[in-house]
Ligand binder design. Structure first.
Ligand SMILES: C[S@@+](CC[C@H](N)C(=O)[O-])C[C@H]1O[C@@H](n2cnc3c(N)ncnc32)[C@H](O)[C@@H]1O
Length: 289
């Protein structure tokens, strides 16, 4: 696979998803897929995916939704997963080969630097892969160019941090022990950059989409899909915003943070399910105008 240039507006994201971020997503691929599955299933349902369709999976990561979509479109359809992370695409390719899928393909590409495809897809889909663009209007213009006339887009993105207890709980537990992080600007790329529905509408309509619908989807999630409390604590200290805050702290502070996170999670731990927390996403659908 050709390497992506680590320059330009998405240089930080390319570095992150090919380094620490990508490594963690590969390491916790199973845990993340169990936790995120309901969001993918619901977005696929609302997209109305049909047999024979061609689908672009944006920011497909380790390929979970690409493989689900490929099963839905069947052998007369096809799915192309695109991502900037070589590490995650390597895992996606392995998984598709193991599943003996012949209608799913993966490409290393920055959606914002395109279009890599023209007039090729019925649907552009994403599970939490569209919030990291430096210039989202440009990225969604490329997505529109890749769609057939009247092609559609369907994606899941996070609501604001406070509506996502599965990540805010640990963050609040460690904040008294560390330097508070700088507040990201409203247009900065990151997991919560599509939290404001008005911003989503502005981006999609500037990129040429119409019939924009933004619906809440707020299931309970089992943290990392993990049954055992201490596994959920390890998961929280290793991946996500709380772990980022603890990156450079000394051993004593890390131990205090572990106790604080454990105490916060324990309240929500159910012995037969794991740590059950609330989550809030938007499921967005639109059509190329
Ligand atoms: C939170 S992960 C989600 C991965 C996958 N969709 C899932 O649900 O497991 C975000 C993904 O978006 C990818 N990504 C970020 N910026 C991108 C860009 N400009 N073009 C393509 N992929 C991008 C990242 O490499 C990462 O795999």
């Amino acid at each position: 696979m050709p390497k992506l240039e680590t320059s330009g507006p998405n240089a930080d994201q390319i570095e992150f998803w090919n380094g620490e971020g990508g490594e963690k997503f590969v390491r916790y691929q199973n845990a993340l897929d169990v936790m995120l599955e309901p969001f993918g299933v619901e977005t696929i349902r609302r997209a109305g995916v049909k047999a024979g369709e061609a689908v672009l999976d944006i920011g497909c990561g380790c390929g979970d939704t690409s493989i689900d979509l490929a099963r839905k479109v069947g052998i007369t359809g096809e799915v192309v997963g695109v991502d900037i992370s070589e590490l995650m695409l390597a895992r996606a390719e392995d998984r598709a080969a193991h599943a003996e899928m012949s209608n799913v393909f993966f490409e290393l590409a920055d959606v914002e630097r395109g279009p890599q495809h023209r007039d090729s897809f019925d649907l552009a889909f994403s599970r939490f892969g569209v919030m990291f663009f430096g210039d989202p209007v440009e990225a969604f213009r490329n997505v529109a160019a890749a769609l057939h006339d009247k092609g559609r887009v369907a994606f899941a993105c996070w609501q604001e941090l406070d509506r996502n207890q599965w990540v805010s709980l640990q963050l609040r537990a460690v904040l008294p022990l560390v330097e508070p992080p700088p507040r990201p600007g409203p247009d900065e790329p990151g997991p919560f950059s599509f939290a404001d529905p008005e911003r989503i509408r502005r981006i999609l309509s500037s990129a040429g989409f119409v019939d924009i619908e933004i619906e809440p989807f707020e299931p309970e999630v089992v943290l990392g899909g993990l049954l055992v409390l201490d596994d959920a604590v390890d998961f929280s200290l290793d991946i996500g915003p709380a772990s980022a805050l603890l990156k450079d702290v000394d051993a004593a502070t890390r131990e205090q943070a572990r106790d604080a996170v454990r105490a916060a999670l324990e309240v929500h731990h159910q012995s037969r399910r794991g740590v059950v927390l609330s989550a809030g996403a938007w499921i967005v659908t639109a059509r190329k105008g």
